[in-house]
Design a protein around this ligand. Structure first.
Ligand SMILES: [Zn+2]
Length: 232
């Protein structure tokens, strides 16, 4: 039993193989038939249907512009389909003056949406790698997280996608990714567990093989905040 607001954690070690979706301009249906992305008008019409499904009147004054606002919001929330993670990480620097220690970016806030309910996932990512000659600008790492977050996601997949992209493109000695996030589909519906944070991690290379390196990373990240994700 959890006390109200108590932290319940699920910890997953995320699997290695992840298919990175290509940017979408064409969409495949469940039978594999390819179709064009729907028009803005079609998307707005679908929002009107959902408003009616919720039980309201899309023609009342307060809701008149809502389909157009929602469609625009979707362009922002799902902008990650338009970006290519490989392009983002491709520009690397080799002039590191012998720097071969850990590079860590912590507390990178992100917003995403779960692919099961299209409800918000809000959390923080911590990303580290041990360079092997090549480093990348830190803004590029933040951007990489943004690109994967701005898609329909499950947290386990997103964690693996970020780690695998860095591993494949930078080819460092190791990569570590920890993500802690609150899922609105859990906090606002269904079992309604407020304060539940999900923690996922993916360790590759030295972070997986060398306990000292892993411990160093986890100490630098600090104790993940658990039930303390206070932005929901
Ligand atoms: Zn969900």
């Amino acid at each position: 039993m959890h006390e109200p607001g108590a932290s319940a954690r699920q910890i997953f070690e995320v699997g290695k193989t992840v298919n990175t979706p290509k940017p979408l301009s064409l969409i495949a249906d469940e039978n594999g038939r390819i179709s064009e992305k729907p028009s803005r008008e079609e998307a707005e019409k679908a929002v009107r249907t959902l408003i009616r499904w919720a039980g309201d009147d899309p023609d009342r004054e307060g809701l008149l512009d809502t389909p157009s606002r929602v469609t625009k919001a979707y362009e922002e929330w799902f902008a990650g389909y338009e970006a290519d993670p490989i392009e983002i990480l491709k520009r690397t620097f080799e002039e590191t003056d012998g720097y071969d220690d850990m590079v860590l970016l912590k507390d990178i806030r992100f917003e995403s949406h779960c692919e099961h309910h299209m409800a918000a996932i809000i959390g923080k990512a911590h990303v580290a790698y041990l360079p092997d000659h090549r480093v990348v600008g830190i803004s590029k790492l933040a951007r990489l997280i943004e690109v994967y977050a701005k898609r329909l996601q499950i947290q386990e997949k997103m964690t693996a996608q970020i780690a695998n992209a860095i591993d494949e493109i930078l080819q460092p000695k190791g990569v570590a990714v920890v993500i802690e996030a609150a899922h609105q589909c859990m906090t606002t519906r269904g079992i309604k567990k407020s304060g539940v944070t999900m923690l996922t991690s993916r360790m590759l290379g030295v972070f997986r093989d060398n306990p000292t390196t892993r411990r160093e990373f986890l100490a630098m990240v600090g104790s993940p905040s658990g039930g303390d994700v206070s932005f929901l």
